[in-house]
Design a binder for this molecule. Structure first.
Ligand SMILES: Nc1ncnc2c1ncn2[C@@H]1O[C@H](COP(=O)(O)OP(=O)(O)O)[C@@H](O)[C@H]1O
Ligand SMILES: [Mg+2]
Length: 265
């Protein structure tokens, strides 16, 4: 305890060490260790059921881990309750983009800012998200439940931004969206990161989109991290090309081996 901690800027914003989470007897993630550095986009790639959502739910306090520790901005948030973790500056955009369907788009955004007291800052951020997603400005007074899936995803991301968080957890924004809409949303996520310096942990099944958007990546298979590297290097790895990007047309026996083993879209 007598040691001086390193300056905050040298520390990762988020640090998981040997985290294990279960649903009853089912161990969904095992020994997961990962770090997210400030102002970067980190990604966890994994197929359906790999444990991506479980990692995010464990970070945001929806699930308590059986083992391991989670530090956020140098403080333990392990097994703290979700409301406390939100107040520390962590926003979770869950899978399936949960918006308040009966509230207007504008009121959904205002709800995102409920922990804030800087009215001017809130007004500026509403303007900022309307600039990123002009369709939300057009639909500002409409019920959020009437938006398309893509627009609801935009709103869910925008609502997270409205909390002015230090870290956004983004769960499969591509789910159920067309490739074109997915590309548009990813472009804006990258702009938000570059222009506002927002730190993001993105989990995705769409490895192609995620590896192009993120700086650093982890590969998750059946609850374990099996590989990690910069996304630039991951994109060049043969295993990744073969299994996760589907670029390798033929294996040694002249067949598309990746298709048999993996279940990527
Ligand atoms: N509520 C739950 N009850 C029981 N098992 C669950 C529950 N949610 C997820 N699982 C299981 O945990 C594993 C990881 O799930 P999940 O984290 O949702 O994966 P992903 O988000 O990568 O698709 C899967 O085997 C899944 O079936
Ligand atoms: Mg999931």
């Amino acid at each position: 305890m007598s040691e001086t901690p390193p300056p905050v800027s040298d520390q990762p914003v988020l640090k998981l060490l040997n985290v294990e989470s279960s649903y009853g007897p089912i161990r969904a993630i095992r020994g997961v260790s990962l770090q997210v550095r400030r102002s970067e986009i980190s990604t966890v790639l994994g197929s359906n059921g790999a444990g991506k959502s479980t990692i995010l739910k464990t970070i945001s306090g929806i699930i308590d881990p059986r083992k391991g520790s989670i530090d956020f901005k140098g403080q333990s948030i392990t097994a703290r309750d979700p409301a406390y973790i939100v107040r520390q500056g962590l926003s979770h955009v869950p899978e399936g983009r949960e918006v308040f369907p009966l509230l207007s788009v504008h009121d959904n955004l205002a709800m995102g800012a409920y922990t804030r007291h800087d009215r001017d800052g809130v007004a500026r951020d509403i303007e900022a998200v309307y600039r990123y997603f002009p369709i939300l400005r057009e639909r500002a007074s409409q019920e959020a439940g009437l938006l398309s899936g893509g627009q609801q995803q935009m709103l869910a991301i925008s609502r997270a931004i409205m909390a002015a968080p230090d870290l956004i957890l983004l769960d499969e924004p591509s789910l159920g969206l067309s490739p074109k809409l997915t590309r548009e949303i990813f472009e804006i996520v990258v702009r938000i990161n570059r222009e506002r310096g927002t730190t993001i942990l993105l989990v995705e099944q769409n490895a192609n989109m995620a590896l192009n958007a993120a700086d650093y990546g982890y590969v998750l298979e059946t609850g374990r991290i099996v590989m990690e590297d910069t996304c630039a290097r991951l994109r060049e790895k043969e295993d990744i090309k073969e299994f996760y990007l589907g670029l390798k047309e033929a294996g040694v026996r002249g067949e598309r081996r990746w298709k048999k083993k993996k279940n990527w879209r």
